[in-house]
Design a protein around this ligand. Structure first.
Ligand SMILES: *[C@@H]1O[C@H](CO)[C@@H](O)[C@H](O)[C@H]1NC(C)=O
Ligand SMILES: *[C@@H]1O[C@H](CO)[C@@H](O)[C@H](O)[C@H]1NC(C)=O
Ligand SMILES: *[C@@H]1O[C@H](CO)[C@@H](O)[C@H](O)[C@H]1NC(C)=O
Ligand SMILES: *[C@@H]1O[C@H](CO)[C@@H](O)[C@H](O)[C@H]1NC(C)=O
Length: 870
């Protein structure tokens, strides 16, 4: 066992017997104090013209002896008289030490009463930070609580959120591990298990702990324990071949090969640990090598050291006597032994962590004294800016200056905080074990509390050797982290580090890993497919630029041109019978309204401005009403004309042939009124529809839905009435079977609009508009083609049929004269196909003054129809 480990165990009151021997490690600290004093006395920059001295008292690891020594130090005489200073020498201005917390606590309490500053270089017990209990205590080693803060940051640095803790079942382990667990959880990590290793182990307990380690999924296990207690656990772990755990030790976890069996030792490859910070003390090695019992005569320990180091016996007034004496098998020391040839492991001059702290403690005192005698206080300390001569130095004055001391060693800043603790700086060590059992302990990084937040840990990852199964930084997490676009959902009854990742909900994103909440995208944006960033939504409306809008507007323009040309043709041939037939003016009006129908579809395309929105549906409603009422008027014209030719018709009396002229404005005005009411009360307006995720639809809202449906309903009603009238009149033998064409066109019209309803309701955005535009174009085209194309065909291509004669005698019978007569016929069954009896029938017949009169008669009889006189 090395001194270091024993030293650590001592903190737990388990002092092994072997420790009562001479301790080379502790002696190093004495040498460090001597070296520092020597350096300061040589240095003209600190305490010029003043020689610093020191006195060494050995507590011999005994609290009682330590207290006795302290009291005699206070009294100035060997047999202490409490509260009295019985020596001519000035009272000591300060104490360096002790290094073990248990012994330090009573000393610090006693020195606190007399306000004598004390700087310990090894006591890390947290209680010593309490300045009510220990007002004059300082230390150059960070308190244990600093470790509990450093380890979580180190875990965070490596991204380890899921760890196990094994702590010793004593004050150090219990308090420390609790603090550690709290800190880990505060920094967002989780502790999978916290096991306490009892000081006196039983096999069952060790097995239990190892089972826990085996079951655990954490790859990182923090050892908050002195290494001696945990050796059995490590041995069991190695025996069971548990691989893949990375051990992370605290400052007390200092391992050396001689503690372990070979297999166990090799399995500790890649272990990390915190250690007290150290920098090289220049010249110290040479100083150590130069010590010799003959030159360092003031050194009360040197002879013991020499005897232990060289395994010989030092004899006062060493005079090359015989090498053996009185049965002892030890050689006498010759004085020729060389310290620099000593076993390296004995002195461990490459590991001077506590030694360095002892060195710093002396410097802290030296700077404080320097400030005191050179009348220099730190800024803001005017009250203590008094010059004192070296003989009048009071410990209280030194205490004030120690409290405010501030100096640099190398690049490290040194000072004491309000609790008397130094800035917490740790080195991060990595044990790299070679297959032959040799090892190096490499400093791979540094933890510095004084660094800005988030930069406390600096690690050179490239030089870390991980446990052989890891080629790179191992991971330790309960759940793999959620990538951007996903958020965490916690599992019930499990620590917060265990979670599932679910994609962000619709309309929300996250661009960070491991978020708990996704953020909503701004209104004008929507999430991309991965949901890790918001992208602008496309603005959607039926524009002229896009193919759909372009095609529809082209069709509408083309159709209105066609309609205009038909109107032109009609105007040109206005005196031909076919144009004159069935009310020429109505035909013009119908064509004009059809042009408007086609053009009004353009209102649905393009950016929906306010005016466009207002005109859209209203213009559509009015124009289509006009159109349909023209058709209705045309149909009624035919019906009226037919019935009006009956001499006894009542229709003729009160309807007259001019009805159609009143019908058109009447029907259109009703629609116009509906639309005006609509525009005045709740006009349609341009609105933005953000319901759909990817797009912002700019659309026209109806304003008043009731009036919209009123308008549409009226139009539908008009169309239905027209259809019914046309259907009933479809067989009237008007010129060119116009009622048939009208019936058919209205059939097309009505079916287009009926099929429009489901199509319109099932689409959205611009397609909704496209459907409406399509319906407008289709129904208008239907009307145009059914009513006008046959006429245009005859006008342009069959002009020979565009005569009155053909108009009247459709079957090509050559007539010269017609006389309308009312006659009673006897319908024989042969004539009346549907009847078996003879019937008499009164018919209006046309008598042709022709050779084929009879056949003509029969023809018209069977069809029961008549011709209007033209
Ligand atoms: C130190 O002593 C020297 C010689 O006695 C003297 O010249 C010098 O001023 C002193 N320095 C201080 C800082 O007292
Ligand atoms: C890390 O260590 C390697 C090897 O010693 C060295 O070359 C490199 O510069 C170090 N990197 C940093 C950032 O210190
Ligand atoms: C320790 O790990 C290093 C790197 O993974 C490897 O090279 C070395 O052989 C290991 N030592 C033992 C004893 O397995
Ligand atoms: C995440 O988004 C926020 C705002 O949306 C932005 O400020 C931040 O820079 C983004 N972070 C990353 C890593 O993209």
């Amino acid at each position: 066992m090395t001194g270091q480990i024993q030293l650590q165990q001592l903190e737990n009151n388990a002092v092994p017997d072997g420790l009562l021997w001479f301790q080379v490690r502790s002696y190093r600290e004495v040498l460090a104090v001597a070296f520092a004093v020597h350096e300061i006395n040589e240095n003209p920059g600190i305490l010029p013209n003043i020689t610093l001295g020191f006195k060494i008292l050995d507590s011999c690891l005994s609290t009682r002896l330590a207290m006795a020594n302290t009291l005699s130090l206070l009294s100035g005489i060997e047999d202490p008289v409490p509260s009295y200073h019985c020596s001519s020498e000035p009272i000591v201005p300060g104490v360096v030490g002790e290094s073990f917390s248990d012994i330090t606590i009573p000393i610090a309490w006693l020195l606190g009463v007399y306000k004598i500053p004390q700087i310990s270089y090894g006591s890390s017990n947290v209680i010593l930070s309490n300045k009510y209990l220990f007002p004059s205590f300082f230390r150059t080693v960070p308190p244990d609580s600093a470790e509990a803060g450093a380890i979580p940051r180190l875990l965070k640095h490596f991204g380890w959120t899921w760890v196990g803790i094994i702590a010793s079942d004593n004050d150090y382990g219990v308090q420390g591990s609790q603090r550690l667990q709290t800190e880990i959880e505060r920094s967002g990590g989780c502790v999978e298990f916290l096991e306490r290793v009892p000081i006196y182990q039983t096999k069952e307990r060790v097995t239990q702990i190892v089972e826990m380690i085996k079951r655990s999924t954490a790859h990182i296990i923090v050892i908050y324990c002195h290494v001696g207690f945990i050796v059995p656990v490590f041995e069991e772990v190695a025996k069971r071949n548990i691989h893949g755990k990375v051990w992370l030790g605290t400052t007390s976890f200092i391992i050396t090969p001689d503690l372990f069996t070979k297999d166990t030792w090799l399995s500790l490859n890649g272990t990390l640990a915190l250690a007290l910070h150290v920098v090289e003390i220049p010249g110290f090695k040479e100083f150590v090598h130069s010590i010799h019992p003959l030159t360092s005569t003031d050194d009360i320990f040197i002879k013991s050291f020499w005897e232990k180091a060289f395994e010989c016996k030092w004899i006062e007034n060493n005079t090359n006597q015989n090498n053996t004496e009185g049965g002892s098998d030890k050689l006498f020391c010759t004085g020729q032994e060389k310290v620099d040839q000593l076993d390296f492991a004995l002195f461990e001059l490459d590991n001077l962590r506590y030694t360095y702290n002892a060195y710093q403690a002396v410097y802290a005192f030296a700077y404080a004294l320097h400030n005191l005698v050179s009348c220099r206080g730190d800024a803001g300390l005017s009250s203590i800016r008094t010059c004192v001569s070296t003989n009048e130095i009071q410990p209280q004055q030194v205490l004030e200056h120690v409290r405010n001391v501030h100096f640099l060693t190398g690049s490290d800043e040194y000072f004491f905080d309000e609790n008397g603790d130094p800035p917490a700086i740790y080195d991060i060590l990595n044990w790299q074990i070679f297959p032959n059992g040799s090892y190096t302990c490499t400093t791979v990084g540094k933890f510095d509390y004084t660094a800005p937040q988030g930069q406390e840990v600096t690690v050179n990852r490239s030089i870390i050797v991980w446990n052989s199964i890891y080629s790179t930084v191992p991971e330790s997490a309960c759940s793999t982290s959620c990538t951007p676009g996903f958020r965490r959902t916690f599992k019930e009854g499990q620590p917060i580090c265990c979670f599932d990742c679910i994609p962000c909900p619709d309309g929300e994103i996250t661009n960070q890993t491991d978020t708990i909440c996704c953020q909503k995208c701004p209104d004008d944006q929507w999430p991309n497919e991965k949901r890790d960033t918001c992208i602008p939504r496309t603005i959607e409306f039926l524009s002229y630029e896009e193919p759909l809008g372009f095609v529809l507007s082209a069709i509408s323009a083309f159709c209105s041109l066609v309609t205009v040309s038909i109107l032109g043709i009609f105007l040109k041939y206005k005196d031909t019978p076919i144009v004159k037939a069935n009310n020429r003016e109505l035909s013009y009006l119908l064509l004009l309204s059809l042009v408007l129908c086609f053009l009004c579809s353009l209102l649905f395309i393009g950016y929906p401005m306010k005016v466009k929105c207002m005109l859209r549906q209203t213009a559509f409603g009015v124009i289509f009403s006009l159109c349909v009422s023209c058709i209705l008027a045309k149909t009624i014209t035919v019906v009226v004309a037919f019935h009006a030719t009956k001499p006894s018709s009542k229709l003729k009396k009160w309807v007259g042939t001019k009805t159609s002229y009143y019908l058109v404005p009447l029907c259109s005005v009703i629609q116009l009124i509906i639309c005006l009411v609509w525009l005045c009360t709740a006009p349609p307006f341009s609105s933005i529809n953000t319901e759909s995720a990817k797009t912002i639809i700019i659309q026209c809202s109806e304003g008043s839905v009731k009036l919209f449906y009123g308008m549409m309903g009226y139009l539908g009603f008009l169309a239905c009435v027209s259809f019914i009238v046309a259907f009933l009149a479809r067989n009237l033998p008007d010129s060119f079977n116009e009622t048939k064409y009208i019936t058919f066109s209205l059939l097309v019209f009505v079916s287009v609009w009926i099929s429009f309803i489901p199509a319109y309701l099932s689409t959205q955005g611009k397609y909704m508009l496209a459907v409406e535009v399509f319906a407008i174009l289709a129904s208008s085209t239907g009307l145009l083609s059914c009513i006008f194309f046959p006429k245009v065909y005859i006008i342009l291509l069959k002009p020979e049929r565009n005569t009155k004669d053909v108009l009247l005698g459709k079957r090509g019978i050559k007539q010269t004269k017609m006389i309308m007569e009312e006659k009673t016929f006897l319908l024989t069954p042969e004539i009346s196909r549907n009847s078996h009896q003879n019937k008499s029938c009164q018919c209006y017949v046309l008598r042709y003054v022709d050779q084929n009169v009879i056949s003509s008669y029969l023809l018209y009889l069977t069809t029961k129809s008549t011709f209007r006189e033209k």
